[in-house]
Design a protein. Structure first.
Length: 339
C-alpha cells in the first residue's frame, strides 16, 4: 500500500472512530471564534500591545503583485474593528536563522514600546517566528523577558520538522521520489529553487536550524524559557486528520467533527508526515512538535491557512475554520488571562 493510501486510510479510520464517540467539542471550546463569548476581544488588566512575528519566507506586505499580499492576512484590520488598535506586524529576514531574525524583531519591539509607552508586549508568532520569539525572551538569547508578557506560538516546529530533515538529506532511508516530491513542495512554498537551496548559506542554515536534530540537540538545550513570560501554543491539523489522540491534551477541546483538506501545495509534505506512524500535522509541522508551554488547542487548518494564506477570506467551506476569528480568540484569551 502506498504512503498516500495508508495516510488516507488512517484519516478515514480516525474520523469514523471520532464520530462513534458519545461526546464532541462544544462551541465554547472551539479556537476559531465560533464561541460567541470569545468572538469579541475583551479588555485586560494590562492590555499590552500585540506583536505579530512571521515565519520562514515571511513578510508584512508584498506590493509588487496585482494585489497586496499580507502575511497575517487581514488580521490587524480585523482586530482593530474589535477594539485592538495596538497591533503591530514585525519584519525579519525571510531566509535566515532565528538568531539573526530575532535581532531585527528586537529593534522593532523597542520602537513599539517607545511609541506606545507600554512596558511589555504580547507576541503572537507563526511557524519559525515562534523560535525568533523564544530567542528574544531567553536569558541565553537577547534577554527581552522583562519586555515580553507572553509568547503565543502557532505551528512552530519547537522540536524541528522531518520535512527539513528530508530536504537536507538527513534521512538516508527515504525513497528518492519522496525526497524529490517533498523538496519540490517546500521550495514551492518558499518560492526558492534547488540551486538556491544548494548555494545560499543563509537558507541552508535556516533549514538546518529547523531540523529535528538541531532543535532537540542544540536549540532547546541552549535557549531556556524566561519564567516571567507566559508561553502558550496552538497546532494545526490537515489532510482530513481528526487528531483524536495527538490533540487530546489541549486546554480547549479539539473538535473532531471538523476536518481540513490539505491544499495541493502542501499535499506531498502532509502525506509524508502523516505516513510517519500516522503523525497528525498541518502540512509542515506535527502537532507534537508545535507543543510549547501551555498547549491550548488544535485547529482544523493547514500551515498556510492558519494565517489566512493563500489569500483566504471567510470560513473554510469544509472545516468552517476562519483565521480572523481564530486570532480574535487568541487575543481574547490573552486579555481574559490578564495580558
Amino acid at each position: 500500500m502506498s504512503v498516500f493510501s495508508c495516510a488516507r486510510a488512517f484519516s478515514v479510520l480516525g474520523l469514523m472512530t471520532a464520530m462513534a464517540c458519545a461526546g464532541c467539542a462544544s462551541a465554547d471550546d472551539r479556537g476559531d471564534g465560533s464561541n460567541a463569548s470569545e468572538d469579541a476581544v475583551t479588555q485586560a488588566k494590562h492590555n499590552y500591545p500585540i506583536v505579530l512575528v512571521h515565519g520562514m519566507g515571511g513578510f508584512d506586505k508584498l506590493q509588487n503583485l496585482p494585489i497586496n499580499v499580507v502575511y497575517f492576512n487581514g488580521v490587524k484590520d480585523d482586530l482593530a474593528t474589535h477594539g485592538e488598535t495596538q497591533v503591530f506586524a514585525t519584519i525579519a529576514p525571510p531566509y535566515d536563522t532565528s538568531e539573526v531574525r530575532a535581532t531585527y524583531v528586537a529593534t522593532q519591539i523597542d520602537q513599539i514600546l517607545a511609541q506606545t509607552g507600554a512596558k511589555k508586549v504580547n507576541i503572537i508568532a507563526h511557524s519559525q517566528g515562534g523560535l525568533d520569539a523564544r530567542i528574544l525572551a531567553s536569558p541565553q538569547g537577547l534577554g527581552y523577558g522583562d519586555r515580553i508578557a507572553s509568547i503565543t506560538t502557532i505551528a512552530t516546529p519547537h522540536r524541528g520538522t522531518k520535512v527539513a530533515d528530508l530536504v537536507l538529506r538527513i534521512l538516508d532511508d527515504a525513497p528518492g521520489d519522496v525526497v524529490e516530491n517533498v523538496t519540490d513542495a517546500i521550495l514551492s512554498v518558499l518560492q526558492e529553487s534547488v540551486y538556491q537551496l544548494q548555494t545560499d548559506p543563509n537558507l541552508r542554515a535556516q533549514i538546518n536550524e529547523l531540523s529535528t536534530k538541531y532543535m532537540t540537540g542544540v536549540f532547546n538545550p541552549k535557549y531556556k524559557d524566561d519564567s516571567r513570560v507566559k508561553y502558550a501554543s496552538y497546532a494545526g491539523r490537515t489532510n482530513l486528520e481528526v487528531g483524536w489522540i495527538s490533540c487530546a491534551d489541549g486546554t480547549y477541546d479539539n473538535d473532531v467533527f471538523r476536518v481540513d483538506a490539505v491544499p495541493a501545495l502542501l499535499f506531498p509534505t502532509a502525506v509524508y508526515l502523516q505516513g510517519l506512524t500516522d503523525t497528525t500535522n498541518d502540512g509542515l509541522v506535527t502537532v507534537s512538535s508545535a507543543h510549547w508551554g501551555e498547549f491550548m488547542q488544535c485547529v482544523p487548518a493547514d500551515h498556510l491557512g492558519e494565517v489566512g494564506q493563500l489569500l483566504k477570506s471567510g470560513s473554510d467551506p469544509l472545516s468552517g475554520f476562519d483565521h480572523l476569528a481564530f486570532f480574535r480568540t487568541i487575543v481574547s484569551r490573552l486579555r481574559n488571562a490578564g495580558y
